[in-house]
Design a protein around this ligand. Structure first.
Ligand code: SF4
Length: 462
């Protein structure tokens, strides 16, 4: 049997049911006169806690009894017959994350400046978000009800921060006692029920590296294929996270880790047919090494955790170059229009510059890569995704050309706001040239449009 935490994760007291936020006009929901603000309370007598419950309890059912509390306070009971594939056309309020009850010594929340966006201080520990978005949980405070739910609703895969299979080390890292740190029975229970797990190790020099890491990887590999992969990402220190128990990750440490884990990967590839334990891109870049080839990453099982992003970007860039070569039949010549600056974090600047140099050489563009220092977080934070509005602002004098680009990932996914709360429009106003926030796809599309447009213009003038 598995034991549950004495202290449950923090759960906000919430109203019952799930609130409808949007109803598609002409949909089944609209026909039933459901409106934004109404709450679905029960489906076929079963309590609904959030939209996952609604989806699970209504999915595949053709005869439904739905209890609704209208925005006016009235209670409705809806008896519905529908075709199996007929959607309700409803959107629901966001899930409010449950929060963790750990005190990890490397917790990223402790590394935030006080002025950071409030959402950066949310210490979520929620199996629903793990299933939906790949957020990691530690399983230290999962309740029995949540375990049942994961299994019953097939919330698979789950993303679990293991950090170390050595209990003393795991407890030390998480700041909890050994009993709570021990999740072996919970993991077994999930795996036996067919729930797959992707694991994570935040690698802290002198704590869970070397032999501890080796054991962790091999212990988890014993559970393959139900444990599908392990992501090993380096500790990130900011100027606010400077706990004396933590040791900074150095290039030499990264090189040693690549060497040691490289041997394990080779062994696991022979035995399991997969690399299984993947090192974060940051480890290769900080070691001054090139990232492994596409084959190393298989189907990129942990790309959201920074595993294989650089390889995937480089491959997409190569494909873009091939498309441009095919599309541009005119001789390459200096561009009259594409003269601008691409800003990124210091970590990715060197590999990006090598790619952009090839583009400039082949197609006559004049694009410059500008490495932006992260003053907002300080420490060894060098990834593009953690740059703030103030960091870009501080570098604006170094921008050359007629436009500038920042990585799209520096903006909130649902709002053009940066980590320090600065709005993108405000940042744009401070630049003397047009400023764009692009992800790779948007960059590629803009480049193709511009180059092909230029080719056509040149063709017409010829
Ligand atoms: S790192 Fe994650 S699990 Fe640990 S204290 Fe912070 S939010 Fe909680």
């Amino acid at each position: 049997m598995y034991e549950f935490a004495v202290t449950p994760a923090v759960t906000q007291i919430r109203r019952r049911g799930v609130e409808i936020s949007e109803v598609v006009p002409g949909s089944l929901g609209a026909e039933l006169e459901l409106e934004p603000g109404d709450r679905i309370m029960r489906v076929n007598g079963r309590v609904v806690r959030d939209y996952l419950d609604f989806r699970f309890q209504s999915g595949g059912e053709t005869d439904l009894v739905i209890d609704v509390r209208k925005g006016t306070g009235e209670d409705w009971e809806l008896n519905i017959e529908r075709d199996e594939a007929e959607a309700f056309g409803l959107s629901f309020e966001q899930i409010v994350p449950r929060q963790c009850a750990n005190e990890c010594i490397f917790c990223f929340c402790k590394g935030n400046p006080e002025t950071a966006r409030p959402s950066l201080f949310v210490r979520d520990e929620d199996v629903r978000l793990s299933f939906l978005y790949g957020n990691y949980t530690t399983l230290t405070s999962i309740t029995e009800d949540e375990m049942r739910r994961v299994i019953e609703q097939r919330l698979t895969p789950q993303y679990v921060s293991v950090h170390a299979t050595d209990l003393d080390v795991r407890a030390y890292l998480l700041g909890v006692d050994k009993e709570r740190a021990d999740i072996s029975a919970k993991m077994r229970c999930l795996l036996d029920a067919g729930i797959e797990i992707h694991a994570q190790v935040v690698l802290c020099p002198e704590i869970n590296d070397a032999e501890i890491l080796r054991r962790t990887i091999y212990d988890l590999a014993e559970l393959h294929p139900r444990v599908r992969s392990v992501a090993i990402v380096p500790l990130g220190l900011t100027r606010y996270l400077n706990d004396a128990r933590l040791t900074a990750v150095t290039p030499e440490f990264c090189r040693r880790t690549i060497r040691d884990v490289g041997e394990i990967q080779k062994d696991l590839r022979t035995r399991l047919g997969t690399t299984f334990a993947f090192l974060g891109d940051e480890i290769y870049l900080r070691a001054g090494r090139t990232v492994p080839s596409r084959a190393h990453y298989g189907d990129y099982p942990q790309i959201e955790d920074g595993i294989g992003m650089v390889r995937s970007f480089a491959n997409s860039f190569d494909a873009l170059m091939r498309r441009l070569r095919r599309g541009l039949v005119l001789e390459a010549r200096p561009s009259r229009t594409l003269f601008g600056t691409i800003m990124t974090g210091t970590l990715f600047a060197a590999p990006l510059e090598r790619m952009i140099d090839r583009l400039n050489e082949d197609f006559g563009t004049r694009l410059n890569v500008l490495a932006i220092e992260n003053e907002y977080f300080g420490g060894d934070v060098s990834v593009a995704g953690l740059l703030s509005g103030g960091d870009f602002l501080a570098a604006r004098e170094k921008v050359v050309g007629e436009f500038a680009i920042i990585p799209r990932v520096t903006l909130k996914s649902d709002e053009p706001v940066m980590l320090d709360g600065m709005r993108f429009e405000e940042l744009q106003q401070h630049f003397g040239v047009p400023l764009y926030a692009f992800d790779f796809k948007q960059f590629a599309a803009a480049l193709e449009t511009e180059l092909i447009h230029e080719r056509q213009a040149l063709g017409e003038a010829a």
